[in-house]
Structure formats: structure tokens, C-alpha cells
Design a protein around this ligand. Sequence first.
Ligand code: PDD
Length: 283
Amino acid sequence: MQIYYVNGSFEHKSDALISVEDRGFNFSDGVYEVIGFKNKKLLNFNKHVDRLKRSLFNLQIKSPYKNFKSLELIITRLIEINKLCGGFIYLQITRGNAKRDHLFPVNVNPNVVIFAFPQKDLSGISKGVKVGISEDIRWMRCDVKSISLLPNLLEKQKAYEKGFFEIWQIRNKFITEGSTSNAFIIDKLGNIITHPKNNLILGGVTRDVVIEIAKLNGIKVFEKPFSLADIKKCNEAFLTSTTVGVIPVKQVNNIKINSKKKGEITSFLSEKYDNFLNLQINE
Ligand code: PDD
């Protein structure tokens, strides 16, 4: 049986209901987070909460929580009720219910929906994936983790139909990020290059952790945009997200990544990232 959390109660899926006047349903007027858990422990929770607070603030959605400790307790309870050990939490907060009007309603309470979903089998991708490229057709506030994901879905679907796992989006000749992940290359000197955290990308929690790990281990990280020409010259490439971790990229469009070092920096980061998560389980 799968139990969902909706606005204060834990409900069986068929009873977990949201109003047709939910602003998320009518306008995509909401934000979300995807948070991993392992051995019933939430992973990188504080980083996800920090981003969630920023997303709510940027869209001027009232926070349902004064103290985010209560959110942690709700999620932990949901994991217990569903008798789960590992997987992911989807958390969605919308502005609330109101008659359809583009202007923000006054005095509405946000709607909160939380449910868990399992880890997909990563065995087919852990050794490396192919990514396509496309124009970045998204808005100029990609830093907000908005539930409005249509451009991402359209591009990911197109990529999938062409046999790619992910799509790397290009704005003004530079790669911004994937449709569901952040994009990285490693140059000939072993330096990591990734788009800076600004309004053109979603600042991934995995991205932040991987950058911290790299720096701690003496690997230089340049947060600057990179182009297709840079990809042609790079030694390694990888992508990151909460749901897949660190995944090597072996081909970008028709460019085969020239991995003379057999992706050793990517493997190192991937292993260290897993260790970082495992440390949180034993905390
Ligand atoms: N997506 N960029 C985009 C556009 C994303 O949608 C995601 C994550 C990331 C990586 O962020 P993080 O490391 O915090 O997961 C970057 C989630 C997993 C999703 O929509 O399912």
C-alpha cells in the first residue's frame, strides 16, 4: 500500500486529493524538491531545504513551515508508514487553492504533497551515457526549482527518442545544464569546468557536493561556461543529479569523449560522493 502526504494527513493514494483550483494544477504555480534517503535517513537534507526556501521566496509563496524540522519529521514518518528503506522523496508546494486568476490570491494556504518513489536501476548507465544537445528554450529563472518543467520534458523526450539518456542545453553557444541534471567536463589538465550557479541553471545539490569533494581533494574547479569546442578537447565529462548521482558521459551528440585516463577523475568523484552519502546514514 502506498501512503501519500497531503496537507497534514497521510492518505492512501486514492484518497490523496488536491483541489481542481490548486494553483499548481492551473498555473504550475509551485516548487518542488527531490530528496534521496537511504537506511531511512534523509540525504543532503539541509541543502535541499535551503534551496526550497530560496524557491519559495523567489516565487513569493508563503512557507508552510516556520521550522523545517517539522518537514523532516513528516518525511521520516512517511518513510516509516510506507515501510521503506531507500529511495527518493518528491515534495511539492504550490501557492494554494484559489479561483483561476493570474494575480496572486490573498490569504491562501500553500498545498503540500509528499510521496516516495524507488531508485531506478542504474546498471545500464553507471558506466557512461550518451547525451544529445539542444537549444535551451527555458525561461530566465532556471535557478528556481519550479514545477513548470515543460521545456525540460520536451527536450528530454526528443533526446530519448534519438537514443540519448540526457540532453545538454545550449544558450548563446555555451552548455547550461541537462534537462534533469548538471553538466561537467574535465579538461586536459584535470580541471573540472561547469556552468556557474546563476539564473541560467538549477544549482544542483549533487553539483554543490561534488564541487566541495573535488576541491577538498585538490582538484581545481572552474565555474565558467563551456562550449562544444571545449567538449571536443576535454578528457572526461559527467552529469550529476540526486536520482543518479555522478554518471560519466561518454558521448555528447556525435563527439566521443577522449577519455585517455579512462574517466578516472569521474570514477574518483563518484566513489567519494557515495561515501559522502553513506557517512550521513551513520550520523
Ligand atoms: N532534477 N538541473 C535540473 C534542470 C534538474 O531538474 C535537476 C534535478 C538537477 C540536479 O539537481 P540535484 O542535484 O539537486 O538533484 C539539475 C530532479 C532530480 C528531478 O526533477 O527529478
